[in-house]
Design a protein around this ligand. Sequence first.
Ligand SMILES: Nc1nc2c(ncn2[C@@H]2O[C@H](COP(=O)(O)OP(=O)(O)OP(=O)(O)O)[C@@H](O)[C@H]2O)c(=O)[nH]1
Ligand SMILES: [Mg+2]
Length: 249
Amino acid sequence: MSAKPKHDLLVKLLLIGDSGASPAPAAHRSAPRQPAPHTSPPFSRAACRRRRPPPPPPAARRAGVGKSCLLLRYADDSFQSSFITTIGIDFKIKTIELNGKRVKLQIWDTAGQERFRTITTAYYRGAMGILLVYDVTDADSFENVRNWMRQIDQHATEAVNKVLVGNKCDAEEELRQVSAAQGEELAQSYGIKFFETSAKTGKSVDAAFTEIASDIQARLAESGGGGGGGGGGVVNIDDAAKPAKKGCC
Ligand SMILES: Nc1nc2c(ncn2[C@@H]2O[C@H](COP(=O)(O)OP(=O)(O)OP(=O)(O)O)[C@@H](O)[C@H]2O)c(=O)[nH]1
Ligand SMILES: [Mg+2]
């Protein structure tokens, strides 16, 4: 067996953002309500069936924002078109060369579903960088960015680096619900960098991961390269909890 390649720095990144499989974090979600029936309650199963709204067409159903697919694209350069929601948390490792140093990225892919929130938020504290992902074809996922930001404020360390990622930018123009300008503006309001990516085509995926890793590297160098809790320093992979279950992609 060959020896493991050496690295100069181990950086822990976290991917967060909505899952189509459930509502987003804490705050309200503008769940579409069915209008109340105008008539008195149904008296028969047939009447009930008639009033039940048809299921949304596949195109209208929400999918995840693409966290697992972004990770799959970045780490393995492939894409999965079917939606398999992540259960709990998963991770992949990728080692890159950054400014003359070998940087090992330990990238944690969280489940966007509310029911895994206790597991996933436990990983925020050790994160050195967070990629907050929304889907440019899903305005709700964009609106929820502020709720995810609140989660970061509550659970991550203050120094954590963040980037905002608008994924699925390959989508046809008529499917787009969030413009690049809106994404840019929101990122600016938080003072963080913004990328529009496509896990499908690979557009800007490398750039988003490389940029945040580079910013973390610079931050650590400035602060003496060392400790300072989860927001900085080297994370020992052996100390990290193992994923609950393998997830998507
Ligand atoms: N067109 C397009 N579809 C994408 C892209 N990225 C992901 N998808 C699709 O979006 C769906 C959801 O992707 P996932 O990566 O599983 O989403 P997720 O954010 O990990 O979702 P959870 O694990 O439930 O939180 C899948 O059907 C993907 O094929 C993209 O860049 N472009
Ligand atoms: Mg996933």
